[in-house]
Design a protein around this ligand. Sequence first.
Ligand SMILES: *Cc1c(COP(=O)(O)O)cnc(C)c1O
Length: 474
Amino acid sequence: MQLIFEKSRQGRGSVLLPACDVPEVALPEELQREEALRLPELSETEISRHYTALAKRAHGVNDGFYPLGSCTMKYNPRIDEEMAALPGFTGIHPLQPADTVLGCKQVLDTAKQYLCEATGMDDITFQPAAGAHGEFTGLLLMKAYHEANGDFNRKKIIIPDAAHGTNPASAVMAGFTVVTIPSNEHGCVDLDALRASVGEDTAGLMLTNPNTVGIFDPNILEITEIIHQAGGLNYYDGANFNAIMGVVRPGDMGFDVVHLNLHKTFATPHGGGGPGSGPVACKAILAPYLPASAIQNGQDGTEGRLQLKAFYGNFLVVLKAMTYMLTLGAEGIRNACEGAVLNANYMMHGLKDVYPVAYAGDHCMHEFVLTLEELKKETGVSALDVAKSLIDHDIHPPTMYFPLIVHEALMFEPTETESRETLDEAIAVMRQLYQMACENGEEMHHAPHHAQIKRPDEVLAARQPVLRYQWEQA
Ligand SMILES: *Cc1c(COP(=O)(O)O)cnc(C)c1O
């Protein structure tokens, strides 16, 4: 397929600007480009066909099963998009007088009320644009809290070895040192290791529960208490909130601050690089350190407060989340959560006699992790080979090689919006691939065979990314 730059023809275009009806102002020289910006030039028909062709080559939630573990690729109801497209919401400016956007304020207030209730927290900021951004924000709140208490030595954040990579990265970016603690044989926090790691330098703990192997830590109250006893705070990574929403709350598990991924749990399409939202909710003790909103800023002495993103963050994403919560209601939210857990268990039980489940108990939460270590030893077929083979069956690969504590890991998160038929089909495909690995594994090393592209060189793509079109070579 040709790139849009290759289709470009000089002078062709599709923009007809209206005549300028304001005085023209020349930009100061130092702000002007030295060379004109070169953009592809195409007619509207060509652009439309180009993007339609691209869309057809991609696999999204609306194309088929997408069990990408940890990412909660659920179906996002159309009504949420419809609400976010209403001109009253899209046609506003964040600096317009507050009394002209009372409806938008009500959206934020409603979302705040529901999300605080769902997490068991007292206050919230909608500024962070993603989960990792929320982690960074939450850690800065913890830091501000300790410093306000004169506790300048609390520099260490304790993080289990099963954590998502963003956790230690955020902690380091926020100026902390990371203390990694090992998981026990159940994939949960090793209490002795935790006790041994806390002290007067402990700023806090970062944890996701259920953890990244899909298990709810039965010692959660003890864990958060150990941190509190040591004078630290507890951060809840809410990326796995789909597994507990409407059933248990981080605030009741002893957590002081939590981020949510609205683009995972609350109905915003996720994965295409579009806008996300990682609101941070916290207990009252941390509320004074939350980023100031534009309405507050400058009007009640909040100058100088943390700013993580302009104004209210990605407002339309919050609006979608609010719509989602209003359409489901408290009971619906709980049903969605229970459906997610049921679907994951259904699928896990359909596979576990052929693919061993890491840290297998009798049940999992919203996701489970298979380990293909044995399969690879016996047949040479790796987790990557199986994942790529799924593409030939129109199934998006699960998350691979994560968490790091599981070898040859495949992490499945089917979500609640998949039917039993879809799960049965995926189970059948996975079992068929197991047979294939045992009988004719060689072929799987080259999968996918029927996809738009063959197996890309992932190392080359990561090490030498070509991010910009080189016009000269065209
Ligand atoms: C997705 C995820 C994150 C990061 O969220 P982003 O929105 O991708 O920045 C953090 N922790 C866990 C467990 C996740 O699954």
